[in-house]
Every structure is written in structure tokens, then in C-alpha cells.
Design a binder for this molecule. Structure first.
Ligand code: SF4
Length: 343
């Protein structure tokens, strides 16, 4: 069997073309950068390019977490996907279980997910995060042995112990889905096969992703392998797509990223807290979603004029798996321009 035939990509049945949903009253995806703490220094992460002493270990304050959960509850529709931590390692956040419970209590989220490297799992916190109400746990696997882990993450990982932890999580996870992935560009063909053999029996879905440099200002080291033939051709809605040259970036139309400081941007690429469209410490997320700042960014993207400097150098959106809004931009521009007038 071909390696790719063993893939079970993370897909959702809830697919509608993005242009038919716009303008959205509520973002489809919200990512909270709840903590900067991480026990790894992976080659493909911006953290690997920063001096260790300068790396932030900041987490969101309990007051801010409570305020943000209220903001999520306040949206007019359920938020499609909420990621509890999009920057550091969530299981290093002291109040991660409380944070999941707060978000779950809003009853205004379709899918509550956590992405973790799995190494800080214990039987206790595994049971706690599952019982707190996560719908999906994604484990990023960065090796098939302790030695392989050391090479990619520059950290000491006891691989056998990690396997036991994930096996336990799989056993107790109830209705929570467990997805496991690795980045193929750091695994040889043989290592990819081994990864699938080892992890397929202890997860619901499994995939080998491609490395994407999503950080605007950072040149990451070239990965040891080129994973082109495994390039994903299925997006998370199960639809096939093709890479498109210079599409309109669609992040600001469906996405919010809340940084550890509480500042908010609408694109996934910046770790320096740039492209800021609001501050959740003094504004509600709903206010920011409908703000003049964010609407102006959408209009500039649709016009493809006066684009922020960052958008000119950003490559991330070219690799996006979502819909290219280019064919609909005139109609969409009229709708978003009207929104500006209403404000
Ligand atoms: S194109 Fe601009 S808005 Fe889109 S992800 Fe890149 S920097 Fe952000």
C-alpha cells in the first residue's frame, strides 16, 4: 500500500464555499496564543531562531482568559473552531483545564481543539482535558525514536514513554477525536512508513503534513527531505484543491488570532504581534471582528491595492487550502464597503 493511501486527513462535513458565507457575523476560526511556554525548540518554529534567554514564557492571565470566554459567548453564532493554544505547548499552561472548561461553558463553539506535542501528558491531565470538554486533540509527532526527536526538537524525549502516554490518552478519550500528524520534510520515506505503522493503531486519524514557513520575517533551515510528492491535495473539508498563484488572502474574512498580550490580529503568520486590528483587553472580540480596522484590511485585500507591507512579503496565503476569493472580489467589495458605511 502507498504511504499516502494510509492517510486519514482531518476533514469536516460542514463545508460551504467561503464566498457564500461572507460577510460573516462570527469568525469561523479563533486561535488563542494562551501561552508562549514550550519544552521544544523545533527546527521549523520561529522559536528556534531566537536566543533562548529572550524566549517569552508568558501565559494569558486568568482575568483575560475569563474575559475572552465571555467574548466568545457573546458572538451571534457558534464559532466554528477554537484552538486553546496556537503558540506554545498548552499542557505547560498551569490553568489549561480551567481554560478549556471556561470555553466549553460558553456553549458557543462547534469544535474545541488543542494541539500538543504530547510529551507533558500524564494520566491525570489526559483525563482532565478530555473531561473538560475538548472535541479534538491533535498530537504533533516529531520523531520515531528518542534520537530522531533530539535532532528535530533539540530536546530529550523518552520515545517509549511518549508512546505509552499517547496510548493511554487514546484509551480514555471518549468522544474526543485524536488526530496525529508529523511533518514529512523531517522524515525519510522509511521513517514515514514507521511513523504510520507505530501511530495508526493509537489514533482516530493520521496524516503526514508538509513543512510550511508561516513566519513572515524568518528564514528557517532547509528541512532534510523534500516532501513534494506527499503534497496535500485535500483540505480539511475533504475537498481537493490546487495551489493557486497569488490568490486573495482569505484569513481576515474568517479568522481571529488572540496573542498572549491580548492584542488581536486576523492572520496566522505573525509571531511578533504585527498586523494588529484590536486589543481584547479593552474591546470585545465581536467589536474587533466588526471594526473599521479589520474591515479596511478586508477591503484592501479585495481591491489588491494599498496592501500592508507584510502582505507583500507573506507567502503563507499562497499555500492556503481555502477558497481563492479572486473571482468574487467585486461583489464582496460592495458588501464590505457597505459594512463600512453602516459602522
Ligand atoms: S497576506 Fe497579509 S493578511 Fe494574509 S496572512 Fe499574510 S500578512 Fe496576514
Amino acid at each position: 500500500m502507498q504511504t499516502t493511501e494510509k492517510f486519514t486527513p482531518l476533514t469536516s462535513d460542514d463545508y460551504k464555499p467561503l464566498h457564500t458565507l461572507l460577510p460573516l457575523r462570527t469568525p469561523l476560526t479563533v486561535t488563542f496564543c494562551s501561552t508562549h511556554r514550550c519544552n521544544f525548540l523545533c527546527d521549523f518554529c520561529y522559536r528556534s531562531t531566537i536566543e533562548k534567554a529572550e524566549l517569552s514564557t508568558e501565559s494569558m492571565s486568568p482575568d483575560l482568559l475569563e474575559k475572552l470566554a465571555n467574548d466568545i459567548a457573546d458572538f451571534d453564532d457558534k464559532v466554528g473552531v477554537v484552538d486553546v493554544c496556537g503558540s506554545g505547548e498548552p499542557l505547560l499552561m498551569p490553568n489549561i483545564v480551567d481554560w478549556i472548561k471556561l470555553l466549553k461553558k460558553t456553549n458557543n463553539i462547534k469544535q474545541l481543539k488543542m494541539t500538543t506535542n504530547g510529551t507533558c501528558l500524564t494520566p491525570k491531565n489526559a483525563e482532565e482535558v478530555v473531561n473538560a470538554g475538548l472535541d479534538l486533540i491533535i498530537i504533533s509527532v516529531n520523531g520515531i525514536s528518542s534520537k530522531h526527536y533530539k535532532k528535530i526538537t533539540r530536546s530529550n524525549v523518552n520515545f517509549d514513554s511518549l508512546l505509552k502516554k499517547i496510548t493511554y490518552l487514546y484509551r480514555i478519550k471518549k468522544n474526543c477525536k485524536l488526530h496525529i500528524k508529523c511533518i514529512g520534510d523531517y522524515f525519510s520515506k522509511e521513517e514515514q512508513e514507521k511513523f504510520l505503522d507505530i501511530f495508526s493503531p493509537i489514533c482516530d486519524t493520521i496524516h503526514i503534513d508538509n513543512a510550511i514557513n508561516q513566519w513572515i520575517d524568518i528564514d528557517l533551515p532547509t528541512p532534510p527531505y523534500k516532501n513534494t510528492e506527499l503534497s496535500g491535495t485535500i483540505n480539511r473539508f475533504g475537498k481537493s484543491f490546487e495551489f493557486q498563484e497569488k490568490p486573495i488572502c482569505n484569513f481576515p474574512f474568517y479568522y481571529l488570532r488572540i496573542h498572549t498580550s491580548g492584542k488581536v490580529s486576523s492572520c496566522a503568520t505573525n509571531w511578533k504581534e504585527e498586523m494588529i486590528v484590536g486589543d481584547s483587553k479593552i474591546q470585545s472580540l465581536k467589536e474587533i471582528w466588526h471594526s473599521k480596522e479589520l474591515n479596511n484590511l478586508r477591503l484592501r485585500l479585495l481591491e489588491q491595492e494599498n496592501l500592508p507591507e507584510k502582505c507583500h512579503v507573506c507567502k503563507y496565503y499562497e499555500m492556503m487550502t481555502g477558497e481563492n476569493l479572486m473571482p468574487y472580489r467585486k461583489d464582496l467589495f460592495a458588501k464590505y464597503a457597505q459594512k463600512g458605511v453602516e459602522q
